[in-house]
Design a protein around this ligand. Structure first.
Ligand code: 2U9
Length: 368
């Protein structure tokens, strides 16, 4: 750009102010071109929207943008100069605005691509495991046993765990000197009167006292005995007892019913063996063994080399019990049976430690 002094040498006096003005005009246009170049150079490397907005404010801002600042000289220009500067100013402005719009578009695209890349989902990856809860193995066994007997026409009855001496012992023909009534074996709530039931049989007494035969009920539930705890004994455990009362009911009905039960729960290949036994509430009484599922009755460690596993106690309901609830023992007979749920579960799942069921160790529970 020519300086004022170099131009002065070639012009006369009257031209002086004009030359100065020409110099100013050139300078102004030069400033506009420089602004454009600087703005474009700064725009090129911008790669975030935030930086782009800053650039917009700095060069094109309505209030303090650099272009706006330069336009403040317009009123000082002559009528002839104004359109020249105005045109250049508009040209610079439109170049910058176009470049800004292009950059905006470019950044929008770039940011979209970045977002797509960072939020990319691999739909071929296996889904996350949602851990599903499941029933406790003892509840599973209780439900399965209940369903088998329900299919044979039994109804489920449930009742209090705190019982009276009468329902838990007296009504069941358990005499005062019977070992089961030993004060040491029972958890007494009020000694001699209220106790934690040692079996679920009080429910059968309660039911029979409320309804006339025929009766076909199953009483599953929690029971309590003051026992020394070891791998096969717990103080809090679970029982399922069954009772059927009708005219003409015989031991053969008991055998058929329990055979059906064992075959449904353990499989039809299992053989049953009824061994004479004694319970105060049944006469005659029998314990039921099933052939060992591991050795098929040949003898192994699981069945203590006997080939048999004890699963149930049973018998024909004692006439004294029938009389106690108001049934005529000459007209009605019945059979009853009982099993420990933990023992059934241990046999079914091949578990040698009863305490695992109450241990709440998820590593154990998840397997069943
Ligand atoms: C009434 C009449 C008779 C229920 C019976 C058994 C035999 C029996 C044990 C199995 C393992 C208890 O958990 S265990 O230790 N039960 O052997 N239970 S007959 O007899 C009854 C019940 C109610 C009115």
């Amino acid at each position: 750009m020519p300086t004022t002094s170099s131009l002065l040498t070639n012009v006369g006096f009257f031209d002086f102010w004009e030359v100065v003005m020409v110099g100013q005009l050139e300078q102004l246009l030069g400033q506009l071109d420089a602004l454009r170049e600087r703005a474009l150079a700064e725009l090129a490397p911008i790669n975030t929207s935030a930086a782009l907005e800053e650039w917009d404010v700095q060069y094109l801002g309505r209030n303090r943008g650099e272009l706006k600042s330069l336009s403040s000289v317009m009123p000082k220009l002559t009528k002839e100069e104004r359109p020249v500067v105005g045109q250049r100013m508009n040209a610079v402005k439109s170049v910058l605005e176009r470049s800004l719009a292009e950059k905006r578009e470019e950044l929008k695209e770039r940011e979209l691509l970045l977002a797509l890349e960072s939020e990319r989902i691999d739909v071929t990856l296996p889904g996350r495991n949602v851990p599903a809860g499941k029933m406790h193995p003892l509840s599973q066994v209780m439900l399965e046993v209940s369903e088998i007997f329900e299919r044979m026409g039994f109804s489920i009855v449930q009742g209090p765990e705190v019982e009276t001496d009468y329902y838990n012992f007296q009504a069941l023909n358990i005499p005062a000197d019977h070992p089961a009534r030993d004060m040491q074996d029972t958890f007494w709530v009020v000694p001699g009167q209220l106790l934690l039931r040692t079996q679920t049989s009080p429910m059968q007494i309660r039911t029979m006292k409320q309804q006339q035969p025929p009766v076909r009920i199953l009483a599953p539930g929690t029971t309590y005995r003051n026992e020394a705890i070891d791998a096969t004994h717990e103080a809090v455990f679970h029982q399922i007892e069954g009772l059927l009362i009708d005219e003409h009911c015989t031991m053969a009905d008991l055998k058929g019913c329990l055979e059906r039960f064992v075959h449904e729960l353990f499989g039809p290949e299992r053989r049953l063996r009824f061994r004479g036994s004694y319970f105060p509430f049944t006469e005659p009484s029998a314990e039921v063994d099933i052939s060992c599922g591991i050795c098929d009755g040949k003898g192994c460690r699981a069945c203590k080399y006997s080939g048999w596993l004890e699963v149930l106690g049973s018998g024909m309901v004692h006439p004294k019990v029938l009389r106690e609830v108001g049934y005529d023992p000459k007209k009605y007979r019945g059979f009853a049976f009982g099993m420990g749920v933990e023992r059934i579960a241990m046999l079914k799942y091949g578990i040698g430690e009863i305490r695992l069921f109450s241990g709440n160790d998820l590593r154990f529970l998840r397997q069943l």
